[in-house]
Design a binder for this molecule. Sequence first.
Ligand SMILES: NC(=O)c1ccc[n+]([C@@H]2O[C@H](COP(=O)([O-])OP(=O)(O)OC[C@H]3O[C@@H](n4cnc5c(N)ncnc54)[C@H](OP(=O)(O)O)[C@@H]3O)[C@@H](O)[C@H]2O)c1
Length: 300
Amino acid sequence: MLCPMTKWTVNDIPQQNDRTYVVTGANSGLGLETARALAAKGAHVIMACRDLDRGRAAQARIQGGRTEVRRLDLADLESVREFAAAVESVDVLVNNAGIMMPPLRRTAQGFELQFGTNHLGHFALTGLLLDRLSAGDAPRVVTVTSSLHRTGSIRFDDLNAEKSYSPIGHYAQSKFANVLFGLELDRRLRKAGSPVLSLLAHPGYAATNLQSSGPVKLIALLGKPANLLLAQPAAHGAVPQLYAAAGSGAESGRFYGPSGFQEMRGRHPKEVRPVRAATDPDVAGRLWAVSEELTGVRFP
Ligand SMILES: NC(=O)c1ccc[n+]([C@@H]2O[C@H](COP(=O)([O-])OP(=O)(O)OC[C@H]3O[C@@H](n4cnc5c(N)ncnc54)[C@H](OP(=O)(O)O)[C@@H]3O)[C@@H](O)[C@H]2O)c1
C-alpha cells in the first residue's frame, strides 16, 4: 500500500536503480540532503555544483550510491549551456540551488544576481534539458521556492534592479518567479501532452548555509544564532522536494511543503498553496516571454 503523504518519509522513496537525477546546488544544505537520500536508494545523481572542490568534498560525505560532480554556475548562462550539453540522459531535474539576500551583484550576463541565479539560470537549464527529460523514465522537474514567495511580485519595469534594490525584496521576487515558472511549465507540458511533470516544493525554515554564506552582513550575523534556535535540520527541510522528486503520489502542478507548524518545519510533506498572485497565467506568460528573451533559451 502507498504511504499517505502525511506519514511519508525518505524511507518510502522506491528503489531508484535505473534513474538519473540532476540536483543543482548539491554540495550544501537541502541539495546535499536530496542527493544523499536519492543515492541511498540507488539513483545515479549528478551533483551540479559551481565549485568542483566543494562538490567533491560533499560527495565524499555521501555513503554509497552513484554520484558524480559536474560544474554548473547558474549565474553564467555559458556555464549552464556547457553543463546541459554534456548531460547524456536525465529522468528528474531538481532546481534547488539558490542564493539569498546578497548585496547588489550581477551575473556574468549582467542580470541582478538573485533573479539571474534562482530564476533565469534554472529557467535556461530546464529548457536546455527538456529534450532529454522528455525521453526519460517518469520524468519530473522540481523547482524549489520559499514561503517568502508570498511577499514577492515581478517588477517588470525594473527587472534588473537599475532603479532600486532590496536584498529581501529581490529574493522574494526570485522565489515568486520560481512559483510562476513551475506552474506555467506544468500548464505548457500538459497542453503539449508531455510526459514530464512539473512540481514545486519549499523547505520551511532549515539550517543551511543560505542564511550565512550569501546575505548582506546583518542577516548573515543573525543567521547562525537564528538557525541554532529556530531552524529544523536540513534533512527535514529536504523532505518536501524529495517527495516532489521521488514520491509515488506526487502530482504535476502541485506544491509541497512541511506539514508542521506554519509550514516552517516538519518531518512529513503536505500539499501547500502558493499565494494567489503566483497562480496568474497572464503574469506567468509575461515572465516566460521575458525569460526566453533574456536567456536566449526557447522551450521546444
Ligand atoms: N534553508 C531554508 O530555510 C530555505 C528556505 C526557503 C527556501 N530555501 C531554498 O532552498 C534552496 C537550497 O538552499 P539551502 O537552504 O540548501 O542553502 P545552501 O546551503 O546555501 O545551498 C545553496 C546551494 O546553491 C548553490 N549555489 C548558489 N549559487 C549558485 C550558482 N550561481 N550556481 C550553482 N549553484 C549555486 C550553493 O553553492 P555554494 O556552496 O558554492 O555557494 C549551494 O550548493 C534554495 O533555492 C533556497 O532559496 C531554503
